[in-house]
Design a protein around this ligand. Structure first.
Ligand SMILES: Cc1cc2nc3c(=O)[nH]c(=O)nc-3n(C[C@H](O)[C@H](O)[C@H](O)COP(=O)(O)O)c2cc1C
Length: 189
């Protein structure tokens, strides 16, 4: 796929087939993440790539986030609430889940640098996933169970889990491409 095909076809995928992702494919997409730019080349990311038993363990932890969904009931409405409960209960049966962690920042500037760097790495990972024919969804709703996720993957004491990425071959429900506003730019001479 050429660069623009990859960028234009990446959309959040929330339904996956049970087909396992070959290890070499997982390694290639993590390599793309590791090649991301980072503030002062700090490379503050840490990826835990979970399949098998660990993936199931993470799924059980993420399912606990559904208790927080009622707080978003007004914004979601009943139909999207139902969809969200299903999604967080199953993560679309994604065969792999990447837990993303970064060192706990001591100050605001470090936090800013770490967050932007990790965001760049996550986007590289998701674009590489698209190029490999995979679907992905970055999920920060993991926030509510971040300590359980850190325990499940054996994250270091000084690391915080910042998000998870569900990964797999897209399932039967095609991703609905939400509108993207192409006008949030100002060109200045
Ligand atoms: C920082 C970040 C956090 C996100 N958190 C969630 C989440 O918790 N749950 C979820 O279902 N999707 C999550 N998403 C996916 C977004 O909902 C999705 O990217 C957005 O609606 C735009 O859709 P698109 O990716 O298909 O273009 C997140 C995306 C980003 C970049």
């Amino acid at each position: 796929m050429d660069f623009w095909d990859v960028v234009r076809s990446r959309h959040a995928v929330r339904d996956f087939t049970s087909d396992p992702i070959p290890r070499e494919v997982l390694e290639r997409i993590v390599e793309a993440a590791e090649l991301a730019p980072s503030a002062m080349n700090s490379q503050p990311w840490r990826f835990y790539v979970a399949t098998g038993e660990t993936r199931l363990k993470l799924g059980r932890a993420i399912a606990q986030t559904t208790v927080h969904l009622s707080e978003y009931m007004d914004a979601l409405g009943p139909e999207r609430y139902e969809q969200a409960v299903k999604w967080y209960s199953s993560l679309g049966d994604a065969p792999a889940v990447v837990v993303v962690a970064m060192p706990r920042a001591e100050d605001e500037f470090t936090l800013l640098n770490e967050q932007l760097s990790v965001g760049a790495a996550i986007e590289n990972l998701m674009l590489a996933a698209t190029a490999e024919g995979l679907g992905s969804c970055n999920v920060t709703f993991s926030f509510w169970v971040r300590d359980d996720l850190a325990d499940a993957v054996g994250a270091a004491e000084n690391e915080d889990v910042v998000s998870i990425i569900a990964l797999g071959y897209p399932g039967e429900v095609p991703p609905v491409a939400p509108p993207h506003d192409m006008t949030r730019v100002t060109y200045l001479d």
